[in-house]
Design a protein around this ligand. Structure first.
Ligand code: SF4
Ligand code: SF4
Length: 336
C-alpha cells in the first residue's frame, strides 16, 4: 500500500514536470549507451549499422565521472546499454565503480550471446543487479530469423549460466520486441520464461528506428499489418490473462497492453499514452551526446550533467517531444 502510494506521488510529479516542461523530480535512472558496436546484426536494429569507434567512445574515466555526477543528482539506478556493452574491455571496471563508489543499482541490457559461466561470475562479482536479455522468439527459428543463426542457442546457454548463480540475488529479465514475425509467440515466450525461471518480461513494440536518429522505412515489414491485427488482439488477451494468473515472470510494462493494437493499427493518440522522454530518465550516447528521442541537447564532454539536464536546449527538446504525433509506445518512455 505504502509502495503504491509512493509510486503514485512520483508519477504525479512526472506529470507535473511534463505540464511545466521542466523536471521537478529526479530522473528514475541514467542510461549510458557505452558503445553502439555489436557482435550481432539483428534485422530489427539500426544501432549496429552506425557503430561507434573505440576512439570516439567515452573513456573509462569519462564514464566514471558521469556516474559521480549522476549520484550527485541523487540518481540511484544506472542502465549500461549499447550496442552490446559486454564488448567493452572496461565494462566490469565500470560496473564495479558504479556499485562500490556510487552505490547504484545496476542493470545490464545485453543480447547475452557473450555470457558464459566465467562472464556470469564476473557480472556477479561486479555487483550487477539485473541482466535484461533480448529474446525475440520462443524458439530458435523465430529468434534466429531476427537475430541471426545460432543466437537462440547462445542466449539459452547464457540464461542457464546465469541461473547457476541465482542464489546470489541476480534478477533476469527478458525484452521482447513485438513485431509481425514474432507476435504469435508472445504467450509461448512467457511460458519459456517460466521454465527458465526468469523474473520478468518487458514487451517492446517494434519501431522502425531504435536509435531515433536515422529513418529506416525498409524495416516496415516488421510492423503488423491490418490482416494480422485481429489475430494480435487474441494474443494480447492471452497475455493479459497470463498476467492475471501468474506472478512470474512478471510483465513489467507500465502501460495497458491493449494499447499495442492501437499502436499497430495507427490509432494511438495522446489521450491514450503520453511520452515521458526527457522527464523520466537520462540517456547518454557513446560519444557523450545527451539525447531525448533523437533530439540532441548537449554533450557531457562540454558541460556538466546537471547543467545540461536543466538547460534551455533541454527545455526546447522537451517542448518538441510533447508535440510528437508519432507516439511510439516504448515502455522506457512511459511513466514508471
Ligand atoms: S538489437 Fe541489440 S543485439 Fe541486435 S544488433 Fe542491435 S544492438 Fe546488437
Ligand atoms: S513518443 Fe514520440 S517523442 Fe516520445 S520517444 Fe516516441 S517518437 Fe519520440
Amino acid at each position: 500500500m505504502k509502495a503504491k502510494f509512493i509510486r503514485y506521488l512520483i508519477n504525479s510529479k512526472y506529470s507535473v514536470s511534463r505540464a511545466l516542461n521542466f523536471p521537478v523530480v529526479t530522473p528514475a535512472f541514467i542510461q549510458i549507451n557505452v558503445t553502439s558496436r555489436c557482435n550481432l546484426k539483428c534485422r530489427i536494429c539500426t544501432t549496429y549499422q552506425f557503430p561507434s569507434s573505440a576512439q570516439s567512445e567515452l573513456s573509462t574515466g569519462e564514464i566514471r565521472n558521469i556516474i559521480l555526477q549522476a549520484k550527485q543528482m541523487r540518481i540511484n539506478k544506472i542502465v549500461f546499454s549499447g550496442g552490446e556493452p559486454l564488448l567493452r574491455e572496461d565494462i566490469f571496471k565500470l560496473f564495479t565503480f558504479a556499485k562500490n563508489d556510487a552505490q547504484m543499482e545496476l542493470i545490464l541490457t545485453t543480447n547475452a550471446t557473450l555470457i558464459d559461466k566465467a562472464v556470469t561470475r564476473k557480472i556477479l562479482d561486479a555487483g550487477v543487479n539485473t541482466v535484461q536479455i533480448s529474446l525475440d522468439g520462443a524458439d530458435a527459428k523465430t529468434h534466429d530469423h531476427i537475430r541471426g543463426s545460432g543466437a537462440f542457442a547462445k542466449t539459452q546457454e547464457a540464461i542457464n549460466a546465469l541461473n547457476t548463480f541465482r542464489s546470489e540475488g541476480l534478477a533476469i529479465g527478458l525484452s521482447y520486441t513485438v513485431n509481425s514475425y514474432n507476435y504469435h509467440q508472445m504467450h509461448a515466450l512467457l511460458e519459456l520464461g517460466q521454465n527458465l525461471g526468469v523474473d520478468h518480461v518487458l514487451f517492446i513494440p517494434f519501431i522502425e528506428d531504435n536509435t531515433y536518429a536515422h529513418s529506416n522505412h525498409s524495416l516496415s515489414s516488421f510492423l503488423l499489418n491490418r490482416e494480422k491485427i485481429d489475430d494480435f488482439r487474441g494474443v494480447i488477451r492471452k497475455i493479459v490473462d497470463f498476467k492475471n494468473r501468474h506472478a512470474k515472470p512478471a510483465i513489467i510494462n507500465a502501460h495497458n497492453l491493449y494499447l499495442y493494437e492501437k499502436y499497430f493499427n495507427g490509432t494511438l493518440k495522446n489521450r491514450h499514452w503520453q511520452c515521458f522522454a526527457g522527464f523520466h530518465w537520462i540517456q547518454i550516447n557513446p560519444n557523450g551526446d545527451l539525447t531525448m528521442c533523437g533530439f540532441h541537447y548537449g554533450n557531457i564532454r562540454e558541460n556538466r550533467l546537471k547543467d545540461i539536464w536543466y538547460s534551455a536546449e533541454a527545455f526546447r527538446a522537451r517542448g518538441r517531444i510533447k508535440q510528437c504525433q508519432k507516439l511510439c509506445l516504448q515502455p522506457c518512455m512511459s511513466k514508471p
